[in-house]
Design a protein around this ligand. Structure first.
Ligand SMILES: C[S@@+](CC[C@H](N)C(=O)[O-])C[C@H]1O[C@@H](n2cnc3c(N)ncnc32)[C@H](O)[C@@H]1O
Length: 307
């Protein structure tokens, strides 16, 4: 089965590769991570599984002047946009985008000073193979970075002002999440706990000074939604709600085979859909009344080590 996150779908591309990216790491964290990675002018950086080249654009400026930035992805259409975005940020002359598979990178060994992959390994059937490749193309002393989902067994932290779910509803949500996770693994679509396993995988491969940071960004809104951050969050929410129902159902259906592979029966899938629709209505009503409040973070870890 191919991954249901189809980045050719304009809505998904906009939501995942643009909007979500803007809120993942704060500028302060990016600055501090660049220091930890030992980035300096003149370095060669590879953003592996680059998508729109978020990491290349976030960390590329620390390699300037004199650096070379490589973005590699298996999807040519994404690379075309990545090229445009890099040029818009003044990195066009130094950025090269190359089609390739992260489990068999089209680069010589020991070529890069920094090799980074963000939210790529969690989508792979063989994430350790990708890590081996990232280490291979990094020079001795260079830095290998994986930023990825680190979802523990339980649902992520967060809170909303909507009606508090009952314990049976919470248990149902928990089971559905575990079925989804198991289904992904069974279908070879990856593992959202990969970030938690990464420090051990890096140490096992002899990387030195392996370190981990969690992303500190928490999105929240509360009436009267006064700050610019909250206004932006509200706008993102309204845009998500504006996706036409037919399109949303089409996307939701793409997840059915995953739930089924994880052992969910038809009743569970139907109930999931119902509770999704109910939840959406509650969000819309609360938005209209101006009472909606929530706080939620993404459990994403940055794990790095030196070859
Ligand atoms: C969630 S996106 C992350 C993109 C980017 N790293 C970011 O943080 O915005 C996952 C990316 O991995 C790419 N990808 C998935 N499997 C890959 C593989 N085997 N080799 C290269 N790229 C891959 C996808 O095309 C997509 O661009």
């Amino acid at each position: 089965m191919t991954n249901p996150l189809d980045y050719h779908d304009p809505e998904i591309r906009k939501e995942v590769l643009e909007r979500q990216r803007r809120g993942l790491w704060t500028p302060e964290q990016t600055r501090s991570l660049a220091k930890h990675f030992g980035l300096e002018p003149g370095m060669h950086l590879l953003d592996a599984g680059c998508g729109y080249g978020y990491s290349l654009r976030a960390f590329g400026p620390w390699c300037m002047p004199g650096g070379t930035l490589f973005g590699c992805d298996r999807d040519d259409a994404l690379l075309r946009t990545a090229r445009t975005l890099a040029a818009e940020e003044g990195l066009g002359a130094t950025a090269r985008f190359i089609t390739g598979d992260i489990t068999c990178l089209p680069f010589d060994s020991n070529r890069m000073d920094l090799t980074i992959a963000q939210i790529v390994l969690c989508h792979l059937a063989e994430p350790e193979k990708a890590l081996d490749e990232m280490i291979r193309v990094t020079r001795p002393g260079g830095c290998v970075v994986v930023m990825d989902n680190a979802r523990s067994l339980g649902p992520g932290g967060g809170w909303s002002s909507l009606r508090e779910p009952s314990i049976p509803q919470l248990l149902f949500n928990f089971e559905a999440m575990l079925r989804h996770r198991r289904g992904r693994k069974r279908l070879g679509l990856g593992d959202f706990t990969v970030g938690c396993k990464m420090p051990g995988w890096m140490e096992k491969r002899g990387l030195k000074n392996v370190s981990v940071r969690g992303n500190e960004k928490v999105s929240w809104i509360a009436p009267p939604y006064a700050s610019p951050d909250q206004q932006l969050e509200l706008q993102k929410l309204k845009e998500r709600l504006a996706v036409p129902t037919a399109h949303r159902s089409h996307l939701a259906r793409q997840y059915d085979p995953i739930y089924r592979a994880g052992g969910a029966d038809r009743a569970m899938i139907r109930r999931l859909r119902r509770s999704g629709r109910r939840n959406r209505r509650r969000v819309e009503e609360a938005l209209e009344k101006g009472t909606l409040a929530y706080a939620a973070g993404t459990p994403l870890w940055c794990v790095w080590g030196f070859k």
